[in-house]
Write a protein that binds this ligand. Structure first.
Ligand code: NIG
Ligand code: FE
Length: 392
């Protein structure tokens, strides 16, 4: 058995209130022992048991690695000009996705994989130790299948998003074309992608798919063993959030436009409300009220939504800072949502916390307090990032 003791941790966030103080189960002057990549002991630094190897945290803070439960990393090109036009007053619309679809179809497998690897490295440098990645910029059977096959080499959390938008060659033919595309997504494209995907997602919003189409597609995915999640209520009010609850989706993502009924539905469900601060930031949209969701009893996650259109960031600390400043979260709530909340949105019990038995996925900050993640926006506070494999 390989054991490592990390001592002199200024503040240790465990996310287990039975191990330490408050929501984050925080210990001061703490230590932890990791055996074969799993957390085996947590307590006061003075009481640490012997281990084969030691790491001195020199007073720095340690927290669970961030869990990014929503990202779109399989694409080519970028849309910097579209962003600049938006900042000059243009509105964000789902249709912009089609320009990334053209670039993605034209890219080689190697180019797509290299982009994903580069973005995953950025994520890791920002403290993300688990990430999800969606397809959705190929929108042909072969392009969606290759996107997921490539992504599955790098993460277990792969999501089939053939229902991102209706591609131009179908949309141009009106309702007949749209119906044909929905059929393709539910049948041939689903069959080709399912072997490489764990999740199925639909962009259920203005300019994309309506709730009836979303229900049909998600049920087809469920019938072949994919678990559902939804892009809901980003661009307007609608039935997406309630559909997520109806289908027991792991998560309803965006939730930018919410009614009291939406909040109540989420609060009484197993569906996580995943907020994407980078998307509101980069589309200059109104921020949803995270505190209201939290107080109602909903489980909330924060994710990057990394994609070239609405949120081209891989930085979870940035998302935390924005969620605190503009979504009315406390730093503790935002940090919980970026760790435990993300794990719940992926229905994972082994990550997002540092309880006994957890994977030793952790982030060491350059400072002694996790609060600095929101208090010092834009400053790189990541000292080092480890995953269980590093200790095994
Ligand atoms: O999550 N909302 C839909 N999909 C992405 C944006 C995609 C794009 O604009 O390229 C999102 O924000
Ligand atoms: Fe998204």
């Amino acid at each position: 058995m390989r054991s490592v003791a990390i001592t002199n941790i200024g503040r240790l966030v465990t996310n287990d209130p039975s191990l330490g103080a408050g929501l984050l189960g925080e210990l001061r002057d703490a230590a932890m022992v990791i055996e074969d990549g799993r957390v085996a002991w947590v307590g006061a630094s003075a009481d640490v048991p012997a281990a084969e190897r030691g790491i001195d945290a020199e007073g720095r803070a340690i927290l669970p690695g961030f869990v990014d439960s929503h990202a779109h990393l399989m694409f080519a090109g970028d849309r910097a000009d579209e962003f600049a036009a938006r900042m000059a007053g243009e509105k964000y619309a789902a249709g912009g996705i089609r320009s990334t679809v053209a670039a993605t179809r034209a890219a080689t497998d190697e180019q797509l994989e290299a982009r994903l690897v580069a973005l995953a490295a950025e994520m890791r440098a920002s403290g993300i130790t688990t990430f999800e990645s969606k397809s959705g910029y190929g929108l042909t059977v072969a392009d969606e299948a290759r996107a997921l096959e490539i992504a599955s080499r790098h993460t277990a959390e792969t999501t089939y998003l053939g229902a991102h938008v209706v591609p131009a060659e179908y949309a141009d033919r009106g309702k007949t074309g749209v119906d044909e595309y929905v059929n393709l997504v539910k049948n041939e494209m689903l069959a080709a992608t399912a072997p490489h995907a764990k999740w199925i997602d639909v962009f259920c919003d203005r300019g994309a798919f309506d709730p009836d189409q979303a229900r049909e597609i998600l049920l087809a995915g469920k019938s072949v063993g994919l678990a559902p999640r939804i892009h809901a209520n980003q661009l307007q009010h609608g039935d997406g959030i309630r559909l997520a609850v109806e289908l027991d989706c792991a998560s309803a993502d965006h939730c930018t436009h919410m009614t009291e009924a939406d909040i109540d539905a989420l609060a009484g469900s197993n569906t996580v409300a995943t907020l994407l601060p980078g998307a509101e930031f980069s589309t200059r949209a109104e921020y949803p009220d995270a505190r209201r969701l939290w107080q109602a009893g909903a489980t909330v996650a924060i994710a990057t939504d990394c994609n070239p259109g609405s949120s081209y960031t891989t930085s979870m600390p940035f998302c935390i800072a924005v969620a605190v400043r503009d979504m009315r979260f406390t730093p503790e709530q935002a940090i919980w949502s970026a760790t435990m909340g993300g794990a719940k949105a992926l229905r994972r019990n082994d990550i997002g916390h540092l309880r006994l038995g957890a994977r030793a996925d952790l982030v060491q900050l350059t400072t002694d307090s996790h609060i600095h993640l929101a208090y010092r926006p834009g400053v790189n506070l990541i000292h080092s990032v480890h995953t269980a494999e590093d200790f095994a």
